[in-house]
Write a protein that binds this ligand. Structure first.
Ligand SMILES: Cc1cc2nc3c(=O)[nH]c(=O)nc-3n(C[C@H](O)[C@H](O)[C@H](O)COP(=O)(O)OP(=O)(O)OC[C@H]3O[C@@H](n4cnc5c(N)ncnc54)[C@H](O)[C@@H]3O)c2cc1C
Length: 470
């Protein structure tokens, strides 16, 4: 859907988001009632969590749900407050609203038409203009007590957390779809547009800056999304950290790809007719809603930091060992470089622990970013292996051959290893105000540099694949 129009995709997402608190938090009777009506009546939903003063920090919410007692029993709740930036806010038939009850934040179902419920004008947005976004106002809105999801107060934030794994995966897919749609336009354009005697697709300086790196990052994002989706389907749990990694990496990649697609069209890209500027405006939202990229960096950094501590620093060394075993069996998938990245990450994290550098929020966020890169590089290597061994899921995207995925995985892993080492060194040295003794050796910097051999050949090959030259 996001390939076609991210605004429409957002309208659909809002019904999923809106019904999630029912799906994860409702009693069986509430689920049967509301989900049944959703299916039978085709109801549109909206998810009302954000408030003017409670965005990334939902705990700061001010909307109140006051119990109304009848004969000592709670018969209903009166909800008062304001919700901000609500997708489908002006159109929904049903709203799930997060409000502070005496027992803590709780989800309530509110039907359109309930007295006291109103909405603001549609927001005049930068992009996703096909999606309605509006403030939702609740002025003493009375709902029966059985509209409290789960019938127990205070479960709201836990219920919201329980769906982030896959709701963030949905937004990750939006970044992937819209980023690819823009890049495909740039690819087509560069096959037609001639400058200095040949098409742009023939020019290495153009393809290796504006096309190839974006293809690789989007495919690394796809590998991580599909792997996480499969794990969620297999019942491995809610996988919130993985959802955050998928969202962070794929939406940043989609955004960068759409930006490059404008550049790839030159002046034409800057006009509405060529559509890429519209896609760029649309995809921009994906790094903001469902948790901003910075909140994703914080979540990823915090969660994996706990794993680092729990395993006494071995978490990413252990992952690296798995990748080294993979490299021995399949040297062509770049797992050796992915292992170097993973070891380097473990080393950087350990230096941060010893010098207590995560007291700097910047360090924690930066670690979150490096973790996302490292895990996505590993996922792309695994996907290349699965492609070679014909083990890709039947629903997996098959646009690229196993050989192409191998070359992409090699490029992604090399780049990640270099990024983790260089940015890790910069960050640790910058935060400590001195060079960490023996750091470059501990990072295996020499090996990481050596592993860059073959990068340009691989990029040439990927350009040939994209343009059908082989
Ligand atoms: C088009 C659109 C549709 C939306 N749809 C919905 C919807 O359907 N339902 C819903 O409930 N919400 C929705 N939202 C809200 C969206 O999820 C929030 O806008 C988003 O979570 C960010 O909150 P905020 O806008 O208050 O920004 P803030 O939280 O104020 O963030 C501002 C900046 O500060 C950074 N920041 C925030 N906290 C920290 C911190 N602790 N440390 C460091 N940096 C920080 C952020 O990364 C960001 O760069 C929508 C928003 C938009 C724009």
């Amino acid at each position: 859907m996001a390939r076609i129009d991210l605004g429409v995709a957002t309208g659909v997402l809002a019904t999923f988001l809106g019904s999630d608190p029912i799906r994860v938090g409702g009693t069986p009777e509430q689920q049967a009632h509301w989900m049944g009506r959703l299916a039978e009546e085709g109801l549109l939903m909206a998810y009302g969590a954000t408030e003017p003063a409670a965005g990334s920090d939902l705990g700061a919410l001010k909307t109140r749900a006051e119990p109304v007692r009848e004969n000592g029993e709670i018969g209903s709740y009166r909800i008062t407050g304001a919700k901000q930036w609500i997708s489908n806010g002006g159109f929904a038939d049903l709203y799930t609203v997060l409000a502070m009850a005496p027992g803590g934040p709780s989800w309530f179902v509110v039907e359109q038409g309930t007295e006291g419920l109103s909405h603001g004008q549609p927001e005049d947005k930068h992009g996703i203009r096909a999606s309605n976004t509006a403030a939702v106002l609740l002025d003493d809105v009375e709902v029966p007590a059985h509209h409290l999801l789960g019938l127990v107060e205070g479960q709201g934030l836990v219920q919201a957390q329980r769906v982030f794994g896959y709701t963030r995966l949905m937004v990750a897919s939006f970044g992937l779809g819209c980023g690819w749609a823009a890049l495909d336009r740039a690819i087509d354009y560069s096959l037609e547009r001639k400058q200095a005697g040949s098409t742009l697709s023939e020019k290495q300086g153009y393809t290796h800056k504006l096309i190839v790196p974006h293809v690789i990052k989007l495919e690394a994002g796809r590998a991580y999304i599909e792997e996480t989706a499969r794990r969620i389907d297999d019942g491995e749990g809610i996988l919130n950290t993985e959802g955050a990694i998928a969202k962070y990496f794929s939406t940043e990649a989609g955004n960068a790809a759409a930006e490059a697609a404008i550049q790839a069209h030159g002046g034409y890209g800057y006009t509405k007719e060529y559509m890429v500027e519209k896609m760029k405006r649309d995809v921009r939202i994906t790094t903001i809603y469902e948790g901003t990229s910075e909140i994703m960096e914080m979540t990823i950094g915090r969660d994996r930091w706990q794993e680092h501590l729990k395993t006494r620093g071995e978490y990413y060394h252990d992952r690296a060992k798995g990748l080294e075993a993979l490299h021995s069996a399949r040297p062509e998938i770049g797992a050796g470089s992915a292992a170097l990245a993973s070891h380097a990450l473990a080393t950087v994290m350990e230096r941060c622990r010893i010098a207590r550098l995560t007291r700097n929020q910047h360090v924690l966020f930066k670690l979150g970013a490096l973790i996302a890169w490292t895990e996505c590089a590993g996922a792309l290597a695994m996907r290349a292996r699965d492609a070679i061994e014909n083990r890709l899921d039947e629903k997996a995207d098959k646009r690229f051959s196993a050989d192409a995925l191998c070359a992409m995985a090699r490029i992604m892993s090399r780049e990640t290893a270099m990024k983790v080492a260089a940015e890790g060194m910069k960050m640790v040295t910058g935060a400590q105000n001195e060079t960490s003794a023996g750091f470059t050796d501990a990072l295996h910097f020499g090996e990481i540099v050596q592993s860059q051999a073959g990068s340009i050949d691989d990029m040439n090959y990927i350009a040939d694949v994209i343009y059908g030259r082989n």
